[in-house]
Design a binder for this molecule. Sequence first.
Ligand SMILES: [Fe+2]
Length: 449
Amino acid sequence: MKKIMRARVFHFPLLLTIFMIFPQVLLVQSENDDFSRQPPRPIIRTQHDRSDSDPQQVHISLVGRDHMRVTWITDDKQAPSIVEYGTEKGKYDAKARGEHTEYTYFKYSSGKIHHTKIGPLEPSTTYFYRCGGSGPEFSFKTPPSTFPIEFAVVGDLGQTEWTASTLAHVDSEDYDVFLLPGDLSYANGQQPLWDSFGRLVEPYASRRPWMVTEGNHDIEIMIPDHPQGFTAYNSRWLMPYEESGSKSNLYYSFDVAGTHIIMLGSYTKFYVESPQYKWLESDLAQVNRKKTPWVLVLLHAPWYNTNTAHQGEGEIMRQTMEKLLYKARVDLVFAGHVHAYERFTRIYRNKHNPCGPVYITIGDGGNREGLALEYLEPASPLSLYREPSFGHGRLRILNETHAYWSWHRNNDADALVADTVWLESLSTSKTCQNTVDEEATTSFVNNEL
Ligand SMILES: [Fe+2]
């Protein structure tokens, strides 16, 4: 608290100016607590300071039960797509060769983008690795094969000074897997900003797997060359979609330590006969709650949202897919897009339902557009906590039945835990597992959004 007070005194003239220009800031502040709302901060443009053949923008992602994909970029188009790795520093007793791609976007030409799958790997083990046979050594820790496991959850990340503080806060405590529900670089077509973003996140994304899904800022449609969009996103952030039976990098699923995680695409077709819908149906039908007692879903545009920003943008997708998630007893749905934090109760069809997922909006990673400050009034009883501040979330799944969710607000240099809740998996709820008929739970229904 002392630090907050100091910051207030120091920034008083600046805050006064902001309040004069944006009086709604005062309204939000008076509604919530004694913490001053955070104005946007400048973009960080990272510099490329390695040789052409050295790897840059290194990041890793999970592939299957015991493999990792290493992705990096070289300016040198002759650099090989090999990764050498082992469990001792500087000693590489295994080697894998991968594939590569590149793309052009208007006058921009990307470097050589390497994707190399390594493994099998042991769980909860630190590996040291080198990309392309030269350059710096990196290391990562594989996730555990059983509970407990901890996920860092951050949406709408961007590459500002707030992004940097969010990432530093995430990194200040150990975790296993980074989950990002869309809007990565905010390049908005300026391709060098994808490179800058890759360099900014490398210290974190090269050490823990980053599993992402796409947001609207990742689309970058340009007619006539890129009518489908996602050229940079799909080239740079290849996810394990083939391994989960998906035909698109824009939606996929994976298992890690007793958790089944589904990444949906808010900006690719989702109507009932669409490939994504059919894939989701089939993916959910294959979930074995004895093997993966927890089921999480991530998508970009929230299905439930009481912020005035982006109202209704996830509504058609909700109406189309909500029943699938409800019947499968999905535990949690994370969304981004709205630049604020909001946690709801368990919901199905706009009403409280003990067998529906908990909905959480976590679009507060630190992007350059700033915060979504205004909320609908009066507050819905379904919305249990809402606050427009930058920050990140952590989901620690302790065992088959219990998990602890915490939201950490960025208080300048410090992360302050502002919201916490214990969660119970629906897989162990006799009421919910024995009654897949939605009518059976209507007696619990009481509140509407
Ligand atoms: Fe967005």
